[in-house]
Design a binder for this molecule. Structure first.
Ligand SMILES: Cc1cc2nc3c(=O)[nH]c(=O)nc-3n(C[C@H](O)[C@H](O)[C@H](O)COP(=O)(O)O)c2cc1C
Length: 228
């Protein structure tokens, strides 16, 4: 009963944040307590009991304006591994408003955009980081296509996220349910990135990149994944 109540409250928070995001058009970012937040709660699990050493590592990310890519690079600096960018076969709209509209349509129809390329030898990886921005409080559909395209059997999956200040939304829960047969899905990392609607594209640069790098390092230690 308690679990159901918590699930209802979590769903309500995501819906309210989505409505606020849609209404405000990201004019103001309400995440004021800290510039970043390490996500945990209901959408994540796993204590990170693994050593994180001697594992073949893949860091997958989807990124329009470079913030999620920046976090992917910071993870790679710490743990090594191969970077892979998810890209759609048909290029996405360059115009922000056009992308917002197309994304909303794809999410409501559950359209799965075809991807440009596949990860070579995906089966050989032990540990897969998956990074995505929050789009309309959820996963961009290209990341849904990615999750749908692979079998995560035997792998440790580790989500990460950047957003415009309204939080992770359902990104981690979607990765958790989409990574079929994963051995375990560890606690994710979420941090505020850009606000394209306000003309802020790449925000994780300069001093802020240094700060986020420290947050990434402490998150990796916390989940026991800070080694190559
Ligand atoms: C189509 C679209 C929808 C977005 N929806 C949200 C949202 O619902 N909540 C939010 O906090 N930020 C939202 N954002 C902002 C992005 O999550 C944020 O800028 C993120 O850091 C972008 O990552 P990237 O630079 O890797 O593309 C949206 C951005 C785009 C382009």
């Amino acid at each position: 009963m308690k679990k159901i109540l918590l699930a209802v409250i979590a769903a309500a928070i995501v819906i309210v944040a989505g409505v606020v995001w849609a209404m405000n058009g990201l004019r103001t970012a309400p995440q004021t307590s800290s510039s970043s937040s390490q996500m945990s709660t209901s959408s994540t699990s796993g204590s990170g009991s693994g050593t994180g050493s001697n594992q073949k590592t893949l860091i997958v990310y989807y990124s329009r304006t470079g913030n999620t890519r920046a976090v992917a690079e910071l993870i790679q600096n710490q743990v090594g591994g191969d970077l892979f960018q998810i890209e759609t076969k048909v290029p996405r709209p360059k115009n922000y408003r056009a992308e917002v509209n197309q994304n909303e349509q794809e999410q409501s129809d559950n359209t799965l955009p075809v991807l440009k390329s596949k990860v070579p030898n995906f089966a050989s990886y032990d540990r897969v980081f998956i990074g995505s921005p929050t789009w309309n409080m959820a996963l961009p559909q290209a990341v849904v296509t990615f999750l749908d395209s692979y079998n995560f059997s035997g792998k440790t999956v580790i989500p990460f996220n950047t957003n415009g200040g309204y939080g992770v939304g359902s990104v981690f829960t979607q990765i958790r349910s989409g990574a079929k047969n994963a051995d375990r899905v560890l606690q994710g990392f979420s941090v505020e990135g850009g606000q394209e609607t306000n003309g802020i594209l790449l925000a994780i640069k300069g001093n802020r990149r240094v700060q986020v790098s420290k947050e990434v390092d402490s998150w990796l230690s916390r989940i026991g994944q800070n080694r190559k």
